[in-house]
Every structure is written in C-alpha cells, then in structure tokens.
Design a protein. Sequence first.
Length: 231
Amino acid sequence: MKRTNKSDTRKSGNNCSMAWIPVFTTTLLGFSASACSDGEQEAPHLTATQVCDSTLDTSAAEALERMGATEKFGETYRDSPEGFSLTRAAQTLHADVPQRNSCYVYKLDDHTGRPLIDVEFFAIDRYMKPDHSPDKGDTENKFYPIGLYAKTHGTESATLYFKCSTQGGGNETPYVKATLFSASGEVSPKATGQDLMTILGTMSRALAKQVGCASEAALPAQITEAAQSSG
C-alpha cells in the first residue's frame, strides 16, 4: 500500500501559528491540519459519500458510518497513487492481484492502518453455487437474494458474484466477483452483515454501469434482509 504526504494550508481563526502538522493520506487532493494559538485543529477527512470514487449512495454511506461509528474517513491505495476509481477498477478486472484497483478505507482516528473496508473486483469464468444446508461451523454466514450469489460472514467479509461479460488478456469471462474485507476489531458492534452487503452491492452496481453490464448484472438498488442464516 502506498501513501503520499500532501498538504493544503487551512486557517482557523485569525491567530494561527502557521505550524502545519503533516498528515499521511492519499486523497486526490491532500489535506493538513493547522495548529493555532487557540488550540483548535482542523482534522483532514473524507466523508462517507466521498470515499471509493463517491460510489456510495445514502444507504451505503450510512452503513459505512455505522460500521466505523464515525463520519470521518481516509483512503490508502496499494496500487496507484491516484487512488481508487471506477475507471481503473474496470480496467484491472482481469489483472493479477497486485495490479487490481481496490478501495481501502480506514477510520481517520484509527492509527493501526487496518481497513474498515477493503473492496475489490475481478473477472472470473466460474463461481461456486451457494450451499444453504445447515452447517454449525458457519453460523455467521448469511445469504442475500442479490446477483448470482451473495454472502456475508459476520461483519468480517462480504462476497458477491454477478453476471458481467468482460474481455481481458484475450479471454472473455462471464462473471465478476466483488469482495469486501473488514479487519478484526475495526467494526462497531452496532454494524451488521447487511451493512457490508449494502456497501458492496452499491459499489457493484456502480462498477457494472461503468463496465456496461448493468442490465446483465441486474443488481437491485435495495439490499434486502438475508435469505438464510447458515451455509
């Protein structure tokens, strides 16, 4: 993961000392916090609707805020100093893991560097159909009637397969797999698996539109409750 250190001067009141505190962030437009004589600091941040190339709608943005118990976020990019964009995500669907364009979001007040969400898309030629048979070892799995196969595992991960024909490397693949990962300990106890799927489903609809397979994917705008609670 790459981080850049960019700064943008901001003033708070008329008595700023102009002692700028550098902040590590990789937003397209960097920010900094100013230390002023009155002790106030303006913290740099992205809102939930600004992260991930502004792909989160109102419901998904609220889900992200609930997951992090915060309204302030940052992004880190492992693969591109320009960060995540739908265009780059579409262009790297057929790329190997290091070249894929993922969206890695963290809580601004968290200094561990671990992701609140890490979302990635990649093209595949086959997928495993869900098994809804009872399995006591996987009671945290929940399935959703979205796409071909949609599942969350607690508040740790979400997976969504949907139809989306794309070409890359001389091959055509019929599906796209979308994944969302949350690091242990980063998610608020108030969050639910549906929050993860709401975010992943919203971003997947945006990607499908970008690629031109929205009709084929047929992903619903409303993410409904899980159909099953075991898998």
